[in-house]
Write a protein that binds this ligand. Structure first.
Ligand code: NAD
Ligand code: DAU
Length: 339
């Protein structure tokens, strides 16, 4: 089996590359990644010598480069993780989100149509469903929940999903889509809530909590997401959408306090800052379909997962310190100064 993994130098794609080479050592994995600010070769360093792993630097929206790769490699499966993924960046600069997340997905789908494929899997997000009210804990996102996006990021991801569904219906392309809740774990870029709070707390810097910290996210350990995608590409029904989540809802404030407790740092570091425009209130996935059809369920509960994550950031300081010592500092200034 030969799999092209796009966005494999990022957080979840990188974890997926490691997971697949471990679980299926006979598979060939080709990572196609543009290496944007979020792509990091240090994440792939442990597998660069593996003869079954190849890295190709390219943009998924570059039609010539993508077609050339498909012509050369003739992959069996494509798993598309490549995306601009940060909601806050989509609010300040939406254009690149449309380019990569929509146009790039369209180019990959065309390549699959032209060169043939056994499966195209689109890594989507629960954000395409919009949000749920805080006072209705009985409500969850199912695969039938209408698309109702809030940010340029989620709108671009929903657009990509619609393209995938259209290529399945019109061209019979064998596609699947997964919509996962918030991931956490190793190699998570420090612009996102959990690694940002770990990095700031370790440097005794203020922890910027948006609004009152009451927004709710449904956290899943990244390896559980990788296992779900592995199951979907092998056993998932073509043309279907699968929600992925582990019923693990926490307010942002609860998450930040847990991180501080794990690190033995004071809650005095918490600073409330101006809220994110259009901030989604609550995400909550109903994973009944993937559980019933594929037998998937999360294996790492939050208490254990957050301990493993904090330990990883403590043991891999170089990985994230390289990031926060570069261009990231300008981003941080722009996003958080005077907020
Ligand atoms: P990330 O930002 O950490 O990584 C994105 C990767 O894609 C980087 O390696 C980057 O270099 C690459 N990339 C960006 N633009 C590209 C382009 N034009 N061509 C080729 N490569 C490009 O993202 P992530 O958090 O790992 O998310 C991966 C996917 O999972 C995304 O599609 C995201 O929408 C989805 N998702 C993320 C979460 C989460 O909690 N992080 C949850 C559900 C779904
Ligand atoms: O739900 C899946 C989505 O989860 C993915 O599709 C996105 O790619 C991924 O980035 C993530 O989106 P969120 O916006 O939920 O993640 P983020 O880590 O940016 O923020 C999580 C929550 O924490 C959110 O309510 C905003 C809040 N927050 C975030 C940051 C960075 C803060 O309070 N302070 C911060 O500094």
């Amino acid at each position: 089996m030969k799999i092209i993994v796009t966005g494999g130098a990022g957080f979840i794609g990188g974890n997926f590359v490691h997971y697949m080479l471990k679980e299926h050592p006979e598979y060939q994995i080709i990572c196609l990644d543009k290496l944007t600010y979020a792509g990091n070769m240090e994440t792939l360093e442990p597998v660069m010598d593996n003869p079954n792993f190849t890295f190709v630097k390219a943009d998924i929206a570059d039609r010539d480069a993508v077609y050339a790769l498909f012509e050369k490699e003739k992959p069996d499966v494509v798993v598309n993780f490549a995306a601009e993924s940060h909601v806050d960046r989509s609010i300040t600069d939406p254009g690149i989100f449309l380019q990569t997340n929509i146009i790039g997905t369209g180019v990959l789908l065309d390549a699959c149509r032209i060169y043939g494929i056994k499966r195209y899997h689109q890594v989507s997000t629960d954000e395409v469903y919009g949000d749920l009210p805080l006072d209705r804990p009985d409500l969850f996102f199912t695969e039938e929940t209408p698309l109702h996006t809030s940010s340029p990021y989620s709108a671009s991801k929903a657009s990509a999903d619609l393209l995938v569904m259209a290529y399945h219906r019109t061209y019979g392309l064998p596609t699947t889509i997964s919509r996962c809740s918030n991931n956490y774990g190793p190699y998570h870029f420090p612009e996102k809530l959990i690694p940002l709070m770990i990095a700031n707390a370790l440097k005794d810097k203020p922890l910027p909590v948006y609004g009152k910290g009451e927004n709710v996210r449904d956290w899943l350990y990244v390896e559980d997401h990788c296992r779900a995608i592995d199951m979907i590409i092998h056993k998932g029904r073509v043309g279907e959408i699968y929600n992925i989540g582990g019923h693990n809802e926490r307010t942002n404030l609860q998450v930040v306090k847990t991180v501080l407790k794990e690190l033995g740092k004071s809650e005095d570091l918490i600073t409330y800052v101006t809220d994110r425009p259009g901030h989604d209130r609550r995400y909550a996935i109903d994973p009944a379909k993937i559980h019933a059809e594929l037998g998937w369920e999360p294996l790492t509960l939050f208490d254990e997962g957050i301990k493993k994550t904090v330990k990883w950031y403590l043991e891999n300081r170089e990985w994230w310190e390289h990031i926060i010592s570069g261009d990231y500092q300008q981003y941080y200034e722009k996003m958080y100064k005077n907020r």
